[in-house]
Ligand binder design. Structure first.
Ligand code: HEC
Length: 156
């Protein structure tokens, strides 16, 4: 009995010894991929931000201005706006697709209307929202084309 237990124990020890190098190997593989991910993500983000900026300059600039400050009493600012950096991405996506009119935003009313943009692709909306969520003083998570697609399907 005692011997069996001892054998089992040494087998276990052997097993853990054998798996140990594997673990380190996979751990270093994870570390390697972790090290690669930020670089990749940064490059990806830079490309997304570049695309988003192009969309912003062509579709949103006229009303929201280059600094995202909007026009007092006319067009809502995007810089520092609660909804722009908020967790509710569906709300933002809906605003871009459906537009907005006469709604109180951060305690202000704007006499202009936010134009609906149903013709924009999921990718364009994702890019421009990622851009406005990470421009000026804003800092928030990215919006993906898949998220836009899901919201568009719901609000159609
Ligand atoms: C014709 C002018 C106009 C254009 C073009 C326009 N917007 Fe707007 N936007 C507005 C106005 C006006 C409001 C405020 C509407 C209200 O008060 O109901 C607004 C509101 C918003 C809001 C809500 C802000 C908040 O505080 O909740 C977001 C987000 C937004 N716009 C994003 C965009 C994006 C992105 C684009 C480009 C794809 C864009 N807008 C193009 C005029 C415009």
């Amino acid at each position: 009995m005692k011997q069996k237990a001892l054998m089992a124990l040494s087998a276990l020890a052997l097993l853990s010894f054998q798996t140990a190098p594997k673990k380190t190997a996979s751990a270093s593989a994870v570390n390697k991929s972790n090290a690669a991910t930020p670089a990749k993500t940064t490059a990806g983000n830079a490309a997304v931000m570049e695309r988003g900026k192009t969309v912003y300059l062509t579709q949103c600039l006229a009303c929201h201005q280059v600094d995202g400050g909007g026009v007092p009493h006319l067009n809502a600012p995007l810089d520092g706006a609660t909804a722009v950096t908020g967790k509710d991405k569906a709300k933002l996506i809906t605003i871009v697709i459906k537009g907005l009119k006469g709604v109180e935003l951060d305690g202000e009313f704007y006499s202009n209307a936010m134009a609906p943009h149903p013709e924009m692709t999921d990718q364009q909306i994702a890019d421009v929202l990622t851009y406005i969520r990470n421009s000026w003083s804003n800092k928030a998570s990215a919006v993906t084309a898949a998220e836009v697609k899901a919201v568009r399907a719901k609000i159609k």
